[in-house]
Design a protein around this ligand. Structure first.
Ligand code: SAH
Ligand code: SF4
Length: 409
C-alpha cells in the first residue's frame, strides 16, 4: 500500500519562470564570486561590487526575493539594469507528491545550462519531522559508480550538477514550502515546529550521485548554503554521504567542514568489492584510515556508517560483530538501512528478525540503537512494498540523522 496520499502536477505559479525571462541567466544559486563576475559583466565598477553582491545576497538568499523590484535598497536604475540582463528564475517543480506523514517528493527540472540543454531532471525529497526538516539533495544526474544494489547506478546518462543547480534545490524547496520571511506556508502537510526552527533545517547529500566526484561544486554549494548572511544552514546540519572516494575525504573536512557519512555495507573487502566496486580501488583499510583522520571528527561530531541490510548477503551476526570491531576507535554512528528493492534487482531486504539481531549486537557494543522500534517498523513496512525513490530517500535520510537526535534529545 502506498502512503502517497496526493499527487499534484501543479508547478507553483510563484516559481514558474516568465517566458520572456528564459534567456536571461538566473542569479539564484551563484556564489559570491560568480555574482561579482555577473555584476562586473554589466559594468558595475569594481569599488561597488562587494556592496552590490551583499545587497543581492540578502535579497536572494535571506529574503527569497522573486523579483528585482522587491529589492528596495537598490536604486531603481540599478534594478532596471539587473532586470535587463539577469533573472531570478528557479528550477521548475514538474510534479509534487505528498505523503501522509508530510514527506514531499519533487521532480525538479533544472534551468538549461546552455542553448542545447533541456534542463536536467532530478528528484529531491523533503522530510519534515517534529523539530527539523531535512532536504535530500542530488549532486549528479545519475552516478558513474555501479554499486550493485543501487538503482541510480544503473542510469546511463551521468553529469555533474553545477553549483547553481545544487543550491537551487534548497532555494526551490524553501520557496515551495514558504520557508522565507513573510511567505505563507502550505496547509496541506506537516511542517516542523518550534521557536526559530526553519522548515528546511538539515541537508543530506543522499540523492543521486557521488558527491565527492563533483567535489568543487559540492563544496561551493555548501559554502552558499551555510553562509550566515543568506541561507544560513549550520554545517553540523549538512551531511555528505560517500561510497568511499578516499583521496577526497580529508579535503571535504578541510574545505567544507560538514558531517560525513560513509556507505560501508560490508565488512570484508571481498564482499565490498562486489557491492561497492569502488572498494577495489580504495579498500576498507584505506577507507577506515581516512575516516580516523577526518578533520572535524569528535565524539560530538561522529561519522555515520551506512549499512544496507541485504538478505543472506551481509546480514549475519558474525558480520555485525566484525562491524563493531572494524569501527573500534572511530567516533561513529551506525545506520542500518533496510534495502529498498527496485525492478530487476537481485537482492532482497533482510527479514525484520535478522535486522533486530544485527541491531542488538551493534547496540550492545555501545552504539545507539540504529533501528528504533517504531521507526524501524515503519521502515520495514515500507521496505519491499514501496518502490518509490521517496521511500528510499526518506529511510536513508532519517537514519542518517539519528545521531543528531541523540545530541538534541
Ligand atoms: N553516492 C553516495 C550518496 C548517494 S546514495 C553514496 O553512495 O553514499 C545514499 C545512500 O543510499 C547510500 O548509503 C547508498 O548505499 C544507499 N542506497 C542506495 N541504493 C539503496 C537501496 N536500494 N536501498 C537502500 N539504500 C540504498
Ligand atoms: Fe548509488 Fe551511491 Fe553507489 Fe552511486 S555511489 S551507485 S549513488 S550507492
Amino acid at each position: 500500500m502506498s502512503d502517497v496520499s496526493e499527487i499534484l502536477n501543479t508547478p507553483s505559479s510563484a516559481i514558474a519562470p516568465v517566458a520572456s525571462s528564459k534567456a536571461r541567466p538566473s542569479l539564484v544559486g551563484l556564489t559570491r564570486l560568480e555574482m561579482g563576475d555577473a555584476l562586473r559583466a554589466i559594468g558595475v565598477p569594481d569599488r561597488e561590487i562587494k556592496m552590490r553582491v551583499g545587497q543581492l545576497w540578502h535579497w536572494i538568499y535571506f529574503q527569497g526575493a522573486r523579483s528585482f523590484d522587491a529589492m528596495l535598497n537598490i536604486s531603481k536604475a540599478m534594478r532596471v539594469k539587473l532586470e535587463e540582463h539577469y533573472s531570478l528564475d528557479l528550477a521548475e517543480v514538474v510534479s509534487e507528491q505528498i505523503s501522509k506523514d508530510g514527506t514531499r517528493k519533487w521532480l525538479i527540472r533544472m534551468l538549461p545550462v546552455d542553448a542545447h540543454d533541456k534542463g536536467a531532471e532530478i528528484e529531491c525529497v523533503y522530510i519534515p519531522e517534529r523539530h527539523r526538516g531535512t532536504l535530500c539533495v542530488s549532486s549528479q544526474v545519475g552516478c558513474t559508480l555501479t554499486c550493485t544494489f543501487c538503482h541510480t547506478g544503473t542510469q546511463k546518462l551521468v553529469r555533474n550538477l553545477t553549483t547553481q543547480e545544487i543550491v537551487q534545490q534548497l532555494v526551490v524547496a524553501r520557496d515551495r514550502i514558504g520557508d522565507f520571511p513573510g511567505m505563507v506556508q502550505p496547509t496541506d502537510g506537516m511542517l516542523p515546529s518550534g521557536e526559530g526552527v526553519r522548515a528546511v533545517s538539515n541537508i543530506v547529500f543522499m540523492g543521486m550521485g557521488e558527491p565527492l566526484y563533483n567535489f568543487d561544486n559540492v563544496c561551493d554549494s555548501i559554502g552558499v548554503m551555510s553562509d550566515g548572511d543568506g541561507l544560513s544552514l549550520s554545517k553540523r546540519r549538512i551531511t555528505v554521504s560517500t561510497s568511499g572516494v578516499v583521496p577526497q575525504i580529508s579535503a571535504l573536512g578541510h574545505e567544507a567542514g560538514t558531517m560525513l557519512a560513509i556507505s560501508l555495507h560490508a565488512v570484508r573487502d571481498e564482499l565490498r568489492n562486489t557491492l561497492v566496486p569502488l572498494n577495489k580501488k580504495y579498500p576498507l583499510k584505506d577507507l577506515l584510515n581516512a575516516c580516523r583522520n577526518y578533520p572535524t571528527l569528535t565524539n560530538a561530531r561522529r561519522i555515520t556508517f551506512e549499512y544496507v541490510m541485504l538478505k543472506g548477503v551481509n546480514d549475519s551476526p558474525a558480520e555485525a560483530r566484525e562491524l563493531v570491531r572494524l569501527l573500534k576507535g572511530i567516533p561513529a554512528k551506525i545506520n542500518l538501512i533496510p534495502f529498498n528493492p527496485w525492478p530487476g534487482t537481485q537482492y532482497e531486504c533482510s527479514d525484520w528478525d535478522t535486522i533486530e539481531t544485527f541491531s542488538d549486537i551493534v547496540f550492545n557494543a555501545g552504539y545507539a540503537s540504529p533501528v528504533r522500534t517504531p521507526r524501524g517498523r515503519d521502515i520495514l513496512a515500507a521496505c519491499g512494498q514501496l518502490k518509490s525513490e521517496t521511500e528510499k530517500l526518506r529511510a536513508r535520510a532519517r537514519l542518517a540523522l539519528d545521531e543528531e537526535d541523540e545530541l538534541e534529545d
